[in-house]
Design a protein around this ligand. Structure first.
Ligand code: MG
Length: 251
């Protein structure tokens, strides 16, 4: 009985010190009526359910247009080697035009949810560097510097985002091979690793926290994975099922 009480108190103390756990919609809130992955609608839907953040993916065309899409291709056209005119009349599954970053950020300005911008690793590192320059500039022009967080699988991209975005802008690394201690030297905001990587390295959660970094985990869809992240005190949980996760966190 006493042991149980001690355990409950320890758990309560952990929950109090862990801080809020937040929901991020993976590629927006797309698994719902009228939405599609990485659509303007998915950003609006994420905001409408009060999600803390909404994630989307960004590529740059050969002629310098920033496009929101997950895959490197859209309708078999390779985005990074295409011209915008080849893509601009294409439509998403929900009938929306393929969004540009400009469209996405314009929409984001009207909303409250945080904008989690994933910069995709480009084949040409010069083009990727140019993409970082353009992204950072556009975010500034739209007055969204306080509302944006950057994530990327690209090691060079992470360093470039860190260097070009205003000091204190959160930048997270996705690729999963670096420990929190290795990343702390680069002064990034934290790790944003897959649930598979985190289950192999659960100690990285406490390590990151001790180094003053945050932990984001993706893509957390099953109840089992959601419960794991909640119990381990993961700060940001990126999911395709944001409403189910919100219900769990509200309990
Ligand atoms: Mg992504």
């Amino acid at each position: 009985m006493i042991m149980r009480k001690v355990l409950l108190m320890a758990m309560l103390a952990m929950a109090l010190t862990a801080g809020a756990q937040e929901v991020i919609c993976h590629r927006g809130y797309w698994d719902t009526d009228g939405s599609a992955q990485n659509s303007i609608r998915s950003l609006v839907k994420a905001d409408s359910i009060g999600a803390w953040g909404s994630e989307f993916d960004v590529w740059m065309t050969a002629d310098g247009v920033l496009v929101v899409n997950h895959d490197e291709t859209f309708n078999d056209v390779v985005i990074e080697t295409a011209k915008w005119k080849q893509l601009k009349n294409m439509r998403l599954e929900n009938g929306e035009p393929l969004p540009t970053l400009d469209h996405m950020l314009e929409c984001g300005k009207q909303l409250k949810t945080r904008l989690i911008l994933e910069m995709k690793p480009h084949t040409s590192k010069e083009q990727e560097l140019e993409a970082v320059r353009k992204i950072v500039k556009m975010v500034k022009q739209k007055g969204l510097e306080e509302r944006i967080e950057y994530i990327t699988f690209s090691y060079a991209g992470m360093k470039n985002l860190k260097e070009m975005a205003p000091a204190g802008t959160p930048v997270y690394y996705l690729n999963g091979e670096l420990s929190p201690a290795q990343l702390a030297e680069l002064e990034v905001a934290g790790i944003d690793y897959s649930i598979g990587v985190m289950r192999e390295h659960p100690q990285w959660i406490d390590e990151a926290h001790e180094l003053g970094m945050k932990v984001n985990v993706w893509t957390v869809n099953s109840d089992r994975d959601m419960d794991w992240c909640i119990n381990y005190g993961v700060d940001f949980i990126t999911t395709n099922a944001p409403e189910r996760l919100q219900q769990k966190l509200a309990r």
